[in-house]
Design a protein around this ligand. Structure first.
Ligand SMILES: *Cc1c(COP(=O)(O)O)cnc(C)c1O
Length: 416
């Protein structure tokens, strides 16, 4: 099941990671279909008493194989660009299960969303609502719109992934939201479908959710008094996962908060989990290029870099690192680093780790969300393969980019 050792060798479900490394080369991402499905089903089970749509946040991992797996299970999508909407539709997620979020949607993107008649567009400003209205009128359509409100609550998470405070760029200011709802209710191109909130990512405490959802419930009631009746309450994503020693709330505990704060409103509940669906279903496998000692310090230099997985460099994130072949020898303290010409290209600092040798494989755990999705070709390094495992089967769901592909689209000026 998922990532476990068999005879001291790490497997992804029924597939040997050594075998995969031989097949596709290193580094590569490896995803477990089983874990992915279970993570989705955990939400499904927890929320089954509510009329609900689980809209997986595509930005966490937009791989077509991942999306198709979720689509087959009945999952919807939360997208933040027309590109993500395109892959979600390609994966077989129906338009009426797609939510479009984001603070800066272009006119072209909004046009696509309105033409596709998606479940709802989560608008984040007065100007955006007015723009949607004009586009919809021009198209002779009505756009399903929710207003993303900023509840001004602290998600108690990393500053770079906090989104629900007044000073963040996200959402409509709480005090302006009523006014905007009233104005939007008179716009002929707008069908007011709901209200949306998303307060941050990697939340390990339910209290910020409780605060935000309570405020939402109040706003929904107040709007009903004015004759504005909304169908959908979109609660965003943000539930944390265990990277190291965190104790994230379960989906059941999260659902308890939903029931407690919003249960008696009997609305259609939308959730947008990303990390908690894709995070622990994926790992990044890398080969040890060199080991070296400098004074007291040990370095393990691997062939994956911050361009492949930026979370440690960008968010000071912790990822557990396991040897693919486990020996049980006494651990050393080492920095696990990549080959990129940046001092920030470090996966783990002063990590207690089994000694490994040149040519051996390491698995960086919990890399399924915001891993491949945030990768780049910095240092002109190819995007690495992504492999989806299903029991004993596997499929390379994205192959390694070639240098030709990396250069395609570039051209040399005629004066050279
Ligand atoms: C990023 C994002 C999500 C997903 O957040 P996770 O922490 O990965 O669950 C959901 N909704 C919106 C609007 C987002 O921007």
């Amino acid at each position: 099941m998922c990532f476990t050792y068999h005879n001291e060798e790490l497997f992804a479900e029924g597939v040997s990671l050594h075998k995969l490394a031989q097949e596709v080369g290193t580094p590569f991402y490896c995803y477990s279909s089983d874990k992915l499905a279970r993570n989705f089903q955990a939400y499904q089970n927890a929320l089954k008493e509510f009329n609900n749509t689980i809209c997986y946040s595509v930005k966490a991992n937009p791989n077509l194989g991942v999306l198709r797996t979720l689509a087959r299970l009945g999952c919807g999508a939360d997208v933040v660009s027309a590109g993500e909407m395109y892959v979600a539709l390609k994966a077989g997620i129906p338009a009426d299960k797609i939510v479009f979020s984001g603070v800066g949607k272009t006119r072209e993107e909004l046009t696509q969303a309105i033409k596709n008649q998606i479940l709802q567009i989560n608008a984040e400003s007065v100007a955006e609502v007015e723009t949607i209205n004009r586009i919809a009128i021009d198209l002779g359509l009505k756009a399903n719109v929710a207003i993303r409100v900023n509840p001004d609550v602290d998600a108690l998470t990393h500053v770079k992934i906090t989104t629900g405070k007044k000073e963040n760029k996200f959402g409509v200011d709480w005090d302006d939201a009523y006014h905007l709802y009233r104005a939007a209710s008179r716009m002929p191109g707008i069908r007011l479908a709901g209200i949306a909130v998303h307060i941050g990512s990697q939340l390990l405490d339910l209290q910020p959710f409780r605060f935000a959802f309570t405020k939402i419930a109040q706003m929904v009631r107040d709007l009903e008094k004015e004759g504005i009746v909304l169908e959908n309450i979109d609660l965003g994503g943000g539930l944390g996962i265990n990277y190291n020693v965190e104790l994230p709330p379960t989906c059941e505990a999260y659902a308890d908060v939903v029931r407690e704060t919003l249960g008696d409103l009997h609305k259609h509940i939308i959730v947008e989990p990303g990390r908690s669906i894709a995070g622990n279903m994926g790992i990044l496998v890398a080969e040890v290029l060199y080991t070296k000692q400098m004074g007291e310090k040990n370095f393990i230099i691997i062939d994956a870099g911050m361009n492949d997985l930026v979370r440690p460099a960008m968010y000071d994130a912790w990822h557990t690192i396991l040897p693919v072949a486990r020996r049980g020898t006494a651990p050393i303290i080492a920095d696990v680093v990549g080959p990129i010409c940046e001092s920030g290209d470090i996966f783990a600092k002063d990590r207690i780790i089994e000694p490994v040798q040149q040519g051996e494989l390491l698995a960086i755990m919990c890399a399924g969300a915001y891993g491949a999705a945030m990768s780049s070709i910095y240092n002109f390094r190819p995007l690495v393969p992504e492999v989806l495992v299903n029991g004993e089967e596997f499929c390379v769901v994205r192959r390694r980019t070639s240098y030709e592909e990396m250069l395609s689209g570039q051209s040399v000026p005629q004066w050279l």
